[in-house]
Design a protein around this ligand. Structure first.
Ligand SMILES: [Zn+2]
Length: 236
């Protein structure tokens, strides 16, 4: 497995547990780095090694963005924030309190597993300060333009992102691309699986060519058509 995988000009993904858990890397014009999602608590080594493979260092990281506050996305956020000399991460307003507490948002009580996991209160991570709170439609003036799209359901404040210069979509956990096909995230790990399936339709309406997933390999060509086909098949 390569330490870092090129996706588009200035866009990479770091497979932190093979293709099962990715970190998105964006390079700005000045050479600084934006990270989206930070894998599990054990991922920081892989992320630092992935950056080193393209000549970057944690000190080059200007911003860390989390798609949501789950332990396989926020697990190394506290450590990488420290190592990068940042004051905190950026996350949607509705997930911010979970980042600062290190506790995952509630799981779907409609599912048996969600009720069980909810009682066990698993899924925590090292609390991380929040430097920036995002809202739907925010466009960040970094890496040539990064638009943020609120896709709630998996968690209350889940976001997906679009890199404007390259037309790369990052779904986060709104859609997985595991075992060779797109699928919904496991319902028990969602705050509301039904709301996730409703809000994911936004991803069929954005304009992009390439789709990167936190979970699974990226889709290099005609990704929008593939995502639209998936949403259509699922009636979303
Ligand atoms: Zn998640």
């Amino acid at each position: 497995m390569r330490a870092i995988v090129p996706v588009a000009p200035g866009v990479y993904r770091i497979p932190t547990l093979r293709d099962f858990i990715n970190t998105l890397v964006l390079i700005d014009d000045d050479g600084s780095v934006v990270l989206v999602d930070t894998g599990t608590k054990r991922a920081s080594k892989r992320i630092v090694a992935g950056l080193a493979a393209i000549g970057k260092h944690p000190a080059d990281v200007q911003k860390i963005i989390l798609t949501h506050a789950h332990s396989d996305h926020a697990g190394s956020a506290a450590e990488l924030t420290r190592r990068s000399g940042l004051t905190g991460v950026g996350i949607h307003t509705d997930d911010a309190m979970y980042a600062t507490s290190g506790e995952a948002p509630p799981m779907d009580q409609q599912t048996v597993l969600g009720r069980i996991f909810g009682r066990l209160s698993i899924g925590g991570f090292d609390p991380v300060p929040v430097a920036e709170k995002f809202d739907d439609g925010d466009v960040l003036d970094i890496a040539g333009g990064l638009s943020l799209h609120h896709t709630p359901g998996h968690t209350p404040g889940h976001i997906s992102l679009r890199h404007e210069p390259t037309g790369v979509l990052f779904t986060g956990d709104a859609i997985w691309n595991m075992t060779g096909r797109m699928r919904w995230p496991v319902a028990a790990f969602c705050s509301s699986a039904a709301l996730n399936q409703q809000s994911a339709h936004v991803l069929g309406e954005l304009d992009y060519r390439v789709a990167v997933f936190t979970h699974g390999p990226h889709i290099r060509n005609n990704a929008r058509e593939a995502v639209r086909g998936f949403l259509r098949r699922k009636g979303a």
